[in-house]
Write a new protein. Structure first.
Length: 324
């Protein structure tokens, strides 16, 4: 079978999934349908509906788009069957019921932004950087009942530099993943897949590092942690959703402060964790047990993100505040 004859249904929602869909379309593969999330209400009153990045791209290319509220809805399942897909591909979508992933004759595979079996879950890129890993990657695997546990088809590794944050790793994996996805489709098309059970990668379940969904409270900085942990925590959440702390005024009034980038400054001192040291012009250092974390880019609640010098231009007496 030629790639133009292979009927593919593609499932995805965010920017990360657009690159792989673009690679399929521009590569001449036959995408017969795109499944994405329903349009999301935005604006002050939720009166405006915003299409997902995947839908926006699919519409621009004249692809058929389905947006089911529920994946077990009979009307959706009937429409999906009518597409008569040979293969389904999932990139950053949501958990599929068996009736969906078991539908096409060649199965359904997922592109996941980690080196499985590590970092199963919703936020693999963030957790790899938060944990200070120096390497990550992308994996394609066949879907099965348990999330992110199916047989591995292909993997590709990618280094993580100390200067990287979750945003730069995301963008690099997005491109690497699109290339790996095409290689995976070609293997399936040629009938040369040798998928490997994740159990053969030699890791016990208790040794695996998870990648659970990140919530607001997950992103709060604990200034009692070592300097390197805070440094990695900030870059692992930058630029989105962003690490945050409470900036407490001399009067005791707290305000949320998001922090996007920092610098490690090892030092011996006896200041309490969260103490702010600043010349009020060019730097803000926060005391931690083994030194200082220098804040480089930050955003006060209700304001825009600024480099530290610009932030200090509009903020007087920062040294009289503390962080909690």
């Amino acid at each position: 079978m030629d790639k133009a004859d292979l009927r593919i249904v593609y499932m995805g929602t965010p920017d990360f999934a657009v690159e792989s869909l673009r690679a399929l379309v521009e590569g001449g593969y036959h995408v017969v349908g795109v499944i994405t999330m329903p349009d999301k209400p935005v604006g002050r009153h939720g009166s405006v509906l915003q299409a997902s990045p995947v839908k926006q791209y699919a519409v621009s290319k004249g692809l058929r788009v389905l947006q089911p509220e529920k994946l077990k809805d009979e009307a959706f399942l009937a429409e999906l069957r009518s597409l008569n897909a040979d293969l389904q591909i999932v990139v950053a979508f949501r958990m599929l019921p068996e009736v969906v992933w078991n539908m096409p004759r060649l199965g359904t595979f997922n592109l996941h932004a980690s080196l499985l079996p590590d970092y199963r879950g919703a936020a693999p890129i963030n957790w790899a950087v938060i944990n200070g890993d120096t390497e990550t990657g992308v994996t394609t695997f066949f879907l099965t009942h348990e999330i992110d546990t199916g047989k591995i088809i292909l993997q590709r590794r990618l280094p993580i530099a100390e200067t990287d944050d979750a945003g730069t790793v995301h963008d690099a994996l997005m491109k690497t993943g699109a290339s790996l996805l095409l290689d995976t489709v070609d293997l399936i098309l040629a009938g040369r897949v040798n998928a490997i059970p994740q159990e053969q990668f030699g890791k016990e379940v208790s040794q695996l590092r998870p990648a659970p969904k990140i919530f607001k409270e997950t992103c709060r900085i604990d200034w009692n942690q070592p300097m390197i942990k805070i440094f990695n925590f900030v870059r692992g959440l930058s630029p989105c959703p962003a690490a945050w702390t409470e900036l407490v005024s001399p009067e005791g009034t707290p305000a949320m402060l998001k922090i996007y980038s920092t610098e490690k400054r090892p030092s011996v001192h006896h200041l309490p964790a969260g103490t702010i040291c600043s010349d009020e012009k060019s730097y803000i250092d926060v005391a931690v047990a083994d030194g200082f974390v220098r804040l480089l880019s930050l955003q006060l609640s209700g304001k825009k993100r600024l480099p530290v010098r610009e932030f200090l231009n509009g903020f007087k007496s920062i040294a009289e505040c503390h962080l909690s």
